[in-house]
Write a protein that binds this ligand. Structure first.
Ligand code: AMP
Ligand code: ZN
Ligand code: FE
Ligand code: FE
Length: 330
């Protein structure tokens, strides 16, 4: 590097500092985009890593709720949300572990919903777990998941795939919300496939002939319900179109009008263009943006903290919640 370019680089590095110190007192320095703002939440350089989407074996994760929290502590996360599918059964155990490990716990749930025949996952943070309508909807979804599981197993078995309902139930914690990953685990245990991913490639994909839908409330109604239950609704992985069909921006706009608070833009199922689009859509609709891992334990590649959420966004979630449920912190 020659002297000119070196001094140019030096000037560039010093610019924000010089601007800040030469301004007249009382004037705020012009806002200089931080590295974080420039590259997005993937870079957690020296920041507070917060992961707002994880699963335990209260649904289709492989770890106990307490062990999800222990893992989070081990990875240096300062706060996580436990967001099992259609259940809040893991909250108490996770809360206790959060106090033990000094990790913040945001109690949450990932509610299965749909709109126009397309599945939408709705994250609900700090929602009242005893709200009667919410309880009814989650129970309905879980019961429907049980009967749907029986039907999927029947269809697979009829096609010669080595599977039984008992083998599937053996993969789930008693009372867990049942999902396709439990079938995948049973197929792995039977030596039929190598891992969950392989099972989802054809047998369990939602375009597979063995796929059966389960009950889920309409997404717009679910957004209103979460708000009525004092919670903060955030749309999970809105553009994850490799996993199944996704809704148009118009539907997201309707959800925003119904009270949606945020979009989970930073998620491994979104690549660059989807993240840019999600950020722009969130800006246009006045929604905040979150990032999270969607950790499921050993069953998926997702690593805790691989995408993170800004502390200011968690603060907004806490401000907006009115259920009396708060973040569990030591
Ligand atoms: P279900 O709730 O039964 O509709 O199943 C959906 C769940 O399957 C989601 O929570 C995903 O985490 C999981 N899933 C979807 N695709 C895959 C995949 N390719 N590998 C592992 N898990 C997956
Ligand atoms: Zn899942
Ligand atoms: Fe999801
Ligand atoms: Fe999830």
């Amino acid at each position: 590097m020659n002297a000119a370019s070196r001094s140019g680089l030096l000037a560039l590095l010093l610019t924000p500092l010089v601007v800040a110190v030469t301004l007249p007192p009382g004037d705020r320095p012009p806002k200089v985009a931080s590295l974080q703002e420039t590259v997005g939440p993937l870079a957690t350089l020296g920041r507070v890593p917060i992961d707002l989407h994880t699963h335990s074996n209260a649904s289709d994760g492989t770890l106990d709720p307490a062990d999800v929290v222990a893992e989070a502590a081990h990875h240096g996360l300062t706060a996580i949300a436990l967001t099992d599918h259609d259940t809040t059964a893991g909250w108490d155990e996770a809360a206790q572990a959060a106090l033990e490990h000094g990790v913040g716990l945001v109690p949450g749930v990932e509610i299965s919903t749909h709109h126009g025949g397309i599945s939408i996952h709705l994250l609900a943070y700090l929602v009242d777990p005893a709200n009667p309508e919410l309880v009814r909807e989650m129970e309905h979804a879980r019961e429907s998941r049980d009967t749907r599981m029986e039907r999927m197993v029947e269809k697979l078995a009829a096609a010669g795939v080595p599977i039984t309902l008992d083998a599937v139930l053996a993969q789930a914690r008693p009372g867990a919300t049942l999902g396709r990953p439990h079938i995948a685990d049973a197929l792995v245990a039977a030596g039929h496939v190598a891992g969950r991913d392989e099972a989802f490639d054809d047998l369990l994909h939602d375009r597979s002939p063995y796929y059966v839908r389960h009950y889920a409330p309409d997404a717009i109604r679910a957004v209103r319900l979460v708000r009525a239950a004092g919670g903060v609704p955030v749309m999970a992985h809105p553009f994850a179109n490799r996993r199944g069909r996704t809704v148009s921006d118009e539907v997201i706009e309707e959800m925003a009008a119904a009270g949606l608070a945020g979009l989970e833009v930073h998620h491994r199922d979104h690549f660059g263009p989807e993240r840019l689009h999600g950020q722009a859509l969130a800006d246009r609709l006045g929604l905040f943006v979150t990032g999270s891992s969607d950790f499921h334990g050993a069953g998926k590649e997702n690593r805790l903290g691989e995408n993170t959420t800004e502390p200011a966004v968690l603060a907004q979630i806490e401000e907006q919640a009115s259920s009396g449920v708060t973040v569990v912190r030591r």
